[in-house]
Design a protein around this ligand. Structure first.
Ligand code: PGA
Length: 249
């Protein structure tokens, strides 16, 4: 059985004051049948990890460097994230692909380093609106998967997040059929590459404008094991609505 996962990506939002949202969430979820992960900005990681210590929440990073250490000004290593209390890291988010020109090869290298360090890698894939309209969605996602998922992936160290770029922060969401089609495709590709056992154990998240109001129907789609949530993860009340929907799915 795959444990469901509600993951929040705070992106470049939040200073110390935002820890009160984590305090509220921790109080609401001392334990949970689902895994609850918040990925705050790196500056908050250490304090966030202390804040959620005795709760059902854990914390993760939003990116890491492919090298173990060295002369990379401004970057963070997987080991540093781990040291700050993270147990997971988001890699290859479309905003990193866009803002920092990250390519599949870069993401695969980062994922290797993250997995070697003992972090779970949440690898993001997803098509642009143009690609969807040209009926290229599955080709694009297949290519991103083969390029950015390393060979050492297992159900323990890999999570795949399907995030259509046009659905991120826009309030637009694919139809449930479209989400189901992509998630089934990702599952089949994983089974083909890694074998049925591993392929079936990797968790698949949907991301892109998930809100308390649409979470339940998205979580009912086959092969959706949870969500990667941006905007609606910033407030404890909103994220709580999504966690509840996942607990009840
Ligand atoms: P959103 O972002 O929930 O604000 O659409 C999702 C994401 O980018 O992970």
């Amino acid at each position: 059985m795959r444990r469901k996962l509600a993951a929040g990506n705070w992106k470049m939002n939040g200073t110390g004051a935002a820890l009160s949202e984590l305090e509220a969430l921790s109080a609401s979820y001392p334990t949970s049948p689902v895994e609850i992960l918040i990925c705050p900005p790196a500056t908050l990681l250490h304090r966030a990890s202390a804040t959620v210590k005795d709760s059902g929440l854990t914390v993760g990073g939003q990116d890491c460097h492919a090298a173990v250490s060295g002369a990379h000004t401004g970057d963070l290593s997987a080991q540093m994230l781990l040291d700050a209390g993270a147990n997971a890291v988001i890699l290859g988010h479309s905003e990193r692909r866009e803002d920092h020109g990250e390519q599949n090869d870069d993401i695969r290298a980062k994922a290797r380093t993250a997995m070697d360090a003992g972090l779970k890698a949440i690898i993001c894939v997803g098509e642009s609106l143009e690609q969807r309209e040209a009926a290229n969605t599955l080709d694009i996602i297949g290519g991103q998967m083969s390029g950015s998922i390393p060979d050492q992936a297992t159900g323990e160290n890999l999570i795949v997040a399907y995030e259509p770029i046009w659905a991120i922060g826009t309030g637009k969401v694919p139809t449930l059929e479209e989400i189901g089609e992509v998630h089934d495709f990702i599952r089949a590709r994983l089974e083909r590459r890694f074998g049925e056992g591993v392929g079936r154990s990797v968790r698949l998240l949907y991301g892109g404008s998930v809100k308390p109001g649409n979470a339940a129907e998205i979580f009912a789609v086959s092969n959706v094991d949870g969500a990667l949530v941006g905007g609606a993860s910033l407030k404890a009340e909103d994220f709580s609505g999504i966690i509840r929907a996942l607990e009840n799915a």
